[in-house]
Ligand binder design. Structure first.
Ligand SMILES: *[C@@H]1O[C@H](CO)[C@@H](O)[C@H](O)[C@H]1NC(C)=O
Ligand SMILES: *[C@@H]1O[C@H](CO)[C@@H](O)[C@H](O)[C@H]1NC(C)=O
Ligand SMILES: *[C@@H]1O[C@H](CO)[C@@H](O)[C@H](O)[C@H]1NC(C)=O
Ligand SMILES: *[C@@H]1O[C@H](CO)[C@@H](O)[C@H](O)[C@H]1NC(C)=O
Ligand SMILES: *[C@@H]1O[C@H](CO)[C@@H](O)[C@H](O)[C@H]1NC(C)=O
Ligand SMILES: *[C@@H]1O[C@H](CO)[C@@H](O)[C@H](O)[C@H]1NC(C)=O
Ligand SMILES: *[C@@H]1O[C@H](CO)[C@@H](O)[C@H](O)[C@H]1NC(C)=O
Ligand SMILES: *[C@@H]1O[C@H](CO)[C@@H](O)[C@H](O)[C@H]1NC(C)=O
Length: 686
């Protein structure tokens, strides 16, 4: 399919959606009248304080803008009444299946393969604050040994907060494990909202990631065909024919933490938006690049705070039997907005983004009752300037613009990628390399940083203690990236992603129309395209001739054979050396953007010799099956024995040996061969 044709199809779909939305549009240039947003000044609303009504089986929070009903004492959200809609949540679902917190866990005596799902059913309701300005309620369950292996061995306290004049409600939870309680593994924890499926049909997770969505029935065996991974379904006979032939998969909508501040759904009639806003990622696992699910067919919208996705079992939180642990997840804001007739429903997304910015300005919230959530004045900040020194690039330090700088639990370089028990605080440097991280909770941290354009990672030499109210100026930090010689050649750009490499067009049978132009790596099934492009001979890249954006497939995957077995693949990099310096070190820098049950071997000039380097088996990121472009970052530094190099033509062989499934393999971030300190010529990949 040509891209023009696809674009046309996309535009047709879009205009159909807009036509459906504009039935009641009277006016060509309607004045948009938002409801939602900042605190209202309308006098009729100011007079309405927050009301709390406690019934036998329900608790109702009402501020005149919306009314939230929760089960008592379970603490599940069973109803949200707003703007003439009796319930924004799907009333056909059971009451514990509409708006809830849950955890996936495993422990001794818990046999279910993927761990046990615990929907955190509260046993006790406490009213924490009840004033006209604010109501905060708490649902708790205290663990005791008679609950052994039945529920996750945690005390939890789920909180719901409603403010006067606020078009939404906040929720957060405190999990606590005490010394002497059973050990357990926490795989996943999240907040889930399942919206009314007849109403919420348009999903938005980014400016360029929003679309009209299929219905949940379209994924049923009668209407859809399950693909190689059960989450992925080909829509064969959807209720609305325009979705026919598309692939639906919730992982098509996953998102990095740093971009997950707001996402949700729009209803056209009435014009209502429902959004999950997380103004901070401090409580999320794994740092700013960790990917999480967002919203997907259901219509479901999630705030995932901890998961193994795109990282694997290594990121599972393991709580030992004698380990005291406590953590506050959230608050997250469930934001509702609406529009009078005539306004463009999609403008609800723009309003939701503005509201996210407002929430970020208010962070850390000053209206949270729990002492476990420190307000701004009890937090600290760290500022400084990050510089890079790579003498093969410049003898002077370079300001590290656009670098990631973060405070996370003390550990090795890169340990924050798998860190889940504590809190992380990240920012990006400005054009001068300057940074300030505000709102850091008291505690001990390492400062970590990495710089797009350079391999490896910086860690400040000593642990930094944050005391309440502290404002630390750490001064100039100089990152010296790994480097042992001049660049003989390089492939890719070091930024922890494989997005710059060759991304094939999707198989026309497996299209998601959202990703025809941008985010093309998110299409289903691209792993199969490798064997189509390279049916028998593997990829060969010639330094000086090849172009990595065209000639370097984004993932080194397995190749399927006719008999449905798989084989590993060997990629070659051909390069010329004018000289070989016997006394020099030749170093190969292999930066991987992800790995999945893979093993990568390096050979030089002798395809059948023992490898000069092997990664060993690495990774369970599962990025290939889940349409990501990176998982965890891994940097390998391999010595290339000078005796194996030749003056003239050389070949580097990269063999990915694992070959059980189509989802095994690696994605490269960047590869560089370093040679003698001062070669006669510096050859760069062009
Ligand atoms: C339930 O909450 C009340 C306060 O609302 C408290 O007095 C009581 O001790 C709690 N009960 C349990 C079992 O936690
Ligand atoms: C243990 O907790 C459960 C659930 O909260 C409660 O029903 C039970 O009474 C508790 N048992 C003891 C011995 O405290
Ligand atoms: C990840 O898990 C594997 C397998 O259990 C283990 O060999 C490896 O050391 C772990 N890596 C990290 C960084 O924890
Ligand atoms: C850095 O200085 C050395 C010694 O003066 C010089 O040989 C080298 O070319 C300089 N490097 C750069 C990138 O300018
Ligand atoms: C960065 O910080 C340095 C030293 O603190 C200061 O001199 C410089 O003006 C700052 N640059 C920018 C762009 O803010
Ligand atoms: C190679 O680089 C490392 C740091 O990346 C440095 O510690 C080491 O001294 C270097 N070796 C040589 C021979 O330059
Ligand atoms: C599948 O075919 C490959 C060669 O194409 C062969 O090496 C392999 O043994 C075959 N496997 C089975 C299970 O037949
Ligand atoms: C390197 O190989 C190419 C063909 O791939 C050939 O044209 C060229 O002459 C060779 N160069 C040397 C120095 O052997």
């Amino acid at each position: 399919m040509g891209s023009g044709k696809i674009l046309f199809a996309l535009l047709t779909l879009f205009s159909q959606f807009m036509a459906a939305f504009s039935n009641s549009q009277q006016n060509e240039n309607p004045s948009v009248d938002f409801h939602g947003g900042e605190k209202r000044t309308g006098s009729s609303l100011l007079s309405e304080g927050v009301q709390l009504r406690i019934e036998k089986d329900y608790v109702v929070l009402d501020n005149g803008i919306l009314q939230v009903t929760l089960s008592n004492p379970g603490g599940h959200v069973t109803g949200i009444q707003y703007n003439g809609l009796e319930n924004l949540l799907e009333a056909d679902n059971g009451e514990s299946d509409r708006g809830y917190w849950d955890v996936v866990w495993s422990g001794e005596g818990v046999t279910r393969k993927k761990g046990r799902l615990d929907r955190l059913e509260g046993t006790n309701l406490t009213v924490v604050v009840e004033t006209e300005e604010k109501v905060e309620i708490s649902f708790t369950r205290m663990w005791n040994s008679s609950l052994q292996a039945k529920v996750v061995p945690l005390n939890f306290d789920k909180r719901y907060v409603m403010l006067r004049g606020s078009s939404g409600f906040y929720t957060y939870a405190i999990y606590e494990h005490l010394k002497g309680w059973p050990a357990f593994d926490l795989d996943n924890t999240r907040i889930v909202f399942k919206l009314a499926k007849q109403k919420f049909r348009y999903m938005a997770i980014a400016d360029n990631r929003q679309r009209y969505m299929p219905l949940p029935e379209d994924r049923s065996p009668e209407r859809g065909k399950t693909l190689a991974y059960p989450e992925a379904v080909l829509l064969v006979n959807p209720i609305e024919p325009e979705f026919k032939g598309e692939v639906d998969d919730k992982y098509l909508y996953s998102c990095e933490s740093q971009d997950t501040g707001v996402h949700g759904w729009i209803s056209a009639d009435p014009r209502v938006g429902f959004w999950q806003i997380t103004p901070s990622n401090e409580f999320r696992t794994g740092g700013p690049l960790k990917q999480f699910l967002t919203s997907h067919v259901g219509p479901t919208t999630l705030t995932v705070m901890h998961s193994t996705h795109y990282a694997g079992a290594n990121i599972t939180m393991k709580i030992g039997p004698d380990e005291p642990w406590k953590k506050v997840y959230g608050p997250a804001f469930a934001y509702l907005n609406s529009l009078s007739d005539g306004g463009d429903p999609l403008s609800l997304w723009d309003d939701a983004k503005k509201q996210m910015v407002n929430e970020v300005h208010m962070w850390p919230y000053d209206f949270i009752a729990s002492e476990d959530f420190p307000p701004a004045k009890q937090r600290g900040s760290v500022g400084g300037r990050l510089l890079v020194l790579d003498r093969y690039v410049s003898n002077a330090t370079i300001s590290a613009e656009g670098s990631y700088v973060g405070m996370a639990a003390p550990g090795e370089v890169g340990s924050w990628q798998l860190e889940s028990k504590g809190y992380q605080f990240w920012t990006k440097t400005d054009e001068g390399g300057n940074f300030t991280i505000n709102g850091i909770r008291p505690g001990d941290y390492n400062l970590y940083a990495w710089v797009p354009g350079f391999i490896g990672e910086y860690r400040f030499i000593s642990v930094i203690r944050i005391n309440p109210g502290c404002d630390i100026d750490i001064g100039d930090l100089v990152y010296e990236p790994p480097r042992n010689g001049s660049t003989l050649w390089e492939i890719g750009f070091p930024d922890r992603s494989a997005a710059e490499f060759y991304i094939p067009d999707a198989n026309p049978e497996y299209i998601n129309k959202l990703y025809l132009i941008h985010g093309r790596y998110r299409q289903y099934g691209l792993w199969e395209r490798y064997a189509e492009l390279y049916p028998s001979e593997d990829l060969v890249f010639t330094v000086g001739k090849s172009d990595y954006s065209k000639d370097w497939f984004f993932a080194q995957v397995t190749r399927k054979k006719d008999n449905a077995t798989y084989e590993g693949t060997t990629w070659q990099i051909k390069f010329l050396l004018d000289e070989v310096n016997e006394r020099a070190e030749y170093k190969l820098r292999l930066a991987l953007a992800t790995a999945n049950v893979a093993e990568l071997e390096v050979r030089v000039n002798e395809p059948n010799a023992n490898p000069v380097f092997s990664t060993g088996q690495i990774g369970k990121d599962n990025t290939i099956a889940r349409h990501g472009i990176h998982g965890l970052y891994r940097l390998f530094n391999a010595d290339i024995p000078v005796a194996q190099l030749r003056i003239g033509n050389n070949t580097l062989f990269l063999t990915q040996t694992a070959r059980i499934s189509p989802f095994q393999g690696v994605m490269y971030d960047y590869i560089r061969l370093e040679g003698p300190p001062q070669p006669h010529k510096t050859r760069k990949e062009i």
